[in-house]
Design a protein around this ligand. Sequence first.
Ligand code: SF4
Ligand code: SF4
Length: 467
Amino acid sequence: MFTLDTSLISNLAGLSPLASEFDLDLLLLKALEKKGLSLEESAKLLAIDGKNNPAQLEKLLQTAGKLKRDIYGNRLVLFAPLYISDYCVNDCEYCGFHCRNQQMKRTRLTQDQVRLETGHIIRMGHKRILLESGEHPENSIDYVCDAIKTIYSTKVGNGEIRRVNVNIAATSIDNYRKLKDIGIGTYQLFQETYHKPTYERLHKGPKADYSRQITAHERAFEAGLDDYGMGVLFGLYDYKFEVLALLSHARYMEETHGVGPHTISVPRFQPAPGVVYSSDFPVSDVEFLKLIAVIRLSLPYTGMIISTRESPEIRKKAFEIGISQTSAASKTSPCGYSGANPLDNGGNIGQTNKQFELSDHRSVDEIVENICSQDMLPSFCTACYRSKRTGETFMKLAKAGNIHYLCHPNAILTFKEFLEDYATEKTKKTGEATITRELERIETDERKQETKIRLKRIEDGERDLFF
Ligand code: SF4
Ligand code: SF4
């Protein structure tokens, strides 16, 4: 089981930046070989003082952007979170759902409400949901599995959810097996902070068990969930320590179990109603972009996720330097999409029971249009999950550089579905121009022709076509 070498990580987090520009250039060239970086090399990049040495920071960001485009192209996968219950027995200082929060009227969705919320998410154009729930006896694994079944069975017009990723509390191997059997995509769990004294200070309840949290991915893996995501909540402790600990954990998983994390998420602490905690280690925008770039270069084949906690401006920059997946038009409370909270008389929802505040309130349509204008390609692809290309199978394809040949045409096809079924006229126009542009970027004539044929089939009413 993974144990963090805290003194090694603390020492590395205190390293000075590289002494010469030449050494920095060499290190960035090495990163472009896509073999990842040692912890010490990552620490040297994290030590760059972006405020006083913006030229070095810019070099780092540019290199991360280049590596991202080499591996992921210009695609950006979209999803929506769905909170099914805000009941929680834990007292996490930074979270609006903490059990001492008396301002909150708690909600646990019925299966009908799960269907209603899913319908709203489908009508926005999403194909992926990230299911989230507090930890509570009422939110049993069977309840979670029933909700997943409900989500998969909900159809609205041409729309459906094709992949449910799950972010629920650390649990047992038996419970993880149930998630595996029901057919989830990625199981996400964040360590929140790898710094044990900080972790123990900020948590009360079953989640306060640092060891339970840090070993959960291995239990999930043992249950067959080889598609897993990691993350920390930036702002709880020194970001350099957190990044290096996260990289160390990811490397351990790859070396011990043969598969590294499918995704790494980079949430930054945001205030929430009923939360008095304020960050002792705030991460500035410059530091935030730097850490995304360093993770991108250190783990080239791991997807990176950003949420709508971040502003449109920061998200735009982050998309360019490392992020490959993003939530869009999120609500962070149960019944947040439909507003149909029976406990709330319709007035209060979204005001007092949010897990955290959001900074990006744009619709999916607006976000999609902005992504197109950024010379990027929105994707609603779920093909790997549907083709059982997960875990080791996925990583082999990715590392051989072959995933791009699937992702790019699949992004075009799923984006076409979005344009046909959900886009406004304005976005449809921008989107069609984007598809024309992206077709020209498909590298082989054969794949380009087949993509064109499938685009026509989508126009004629077929759905769910993928490579
Ligand atoms: Fe509960 Fe999760 Fe919030 Fe902690 S972070 S209070 S476990 S919902
Ligand atoms: Fe993700 Fe696979 Fe689709 Fe690529 S082809 S975007 S890796 S699901």
